[in-house]
Design a protein around this ligand. Sequence first.
Ligand code: HPA
Length: 272
Amino acid sequence: MPDYENYKIAADYILERTGFKPELGIILGSGLGHFGDEIEDPIEVPYSDIPGFLQSTAIGHAGKFIFGTVSGKKVACMSGRFHYYEGYDFEELALPVRVFKLLGVRALIVTNAAGAVNESYKPGDIMLIRDHIKLMGGSPMRGKNLDEFGERFFDMGNAYTASLRKLALEAAEGSELTVREGVYFYMPGPQYETPAEIRAIRILGGDAVGMSTVTEVLTASHCRLPVLALSVMTNMAAGVLPQPLTSQEVIDTAKRIEKPFTKYVKDLIGRI
Ligand code: HPA
């Protein structure tokens, strides 16, 4: 398990190589990676160059940091994220957000593709995550506590920062997208859920289901980094519709929504 010093080495490598001090960290979800093309004066740093960094294996994830300016804000964007289903332990998944923290960002924006559990949602809708449910054991904060980042036991009551959600709802007023708040239910994947699991998730209070984001938000809460998390409903969750779920459907919806979603996120960044 990395110690504080290991995170520091990774962050210092980036700061020295780029000479860039980002204000906002961004982690892009599956199919939403083209947001990186919107970054002005980009400086790219492949994960493979960074000492001790993880390597991206998921389809549709590029595996590099892109530093630059969006809507007048200095951003550090991760194009390619890390998931439990790739074989990483929860503890390893703390790394990216801790590096963001050490780069000095004041907030983290995360996007993801998710299945709509709430039957009033439609593919292409955006859900601002208001809260999450993770019933599966394990945590990126398991093991020795690194006091430099935060306390052993930490609050999750405002993990999805209320003031950022308010900004995101305001930004939605000028957008063609349907944006609302809801609860994200974490499932480890890589299999999609069974129809019975989705019925259970609905009863438990989940509005959307996905395989990412929660480890990042736990890590951000531990080091008191404000978070805004946006889920793109790429499909109705298992069992809602008669046909089987395919990753092609997820990719197709993400592609369809990419233009307005990119515009929305850009506008939002200008407000943060
Ligand atoms: N389930 C889990 N993860 C997902 C889904 C889903 O239906 N769609 C996109 N990511």
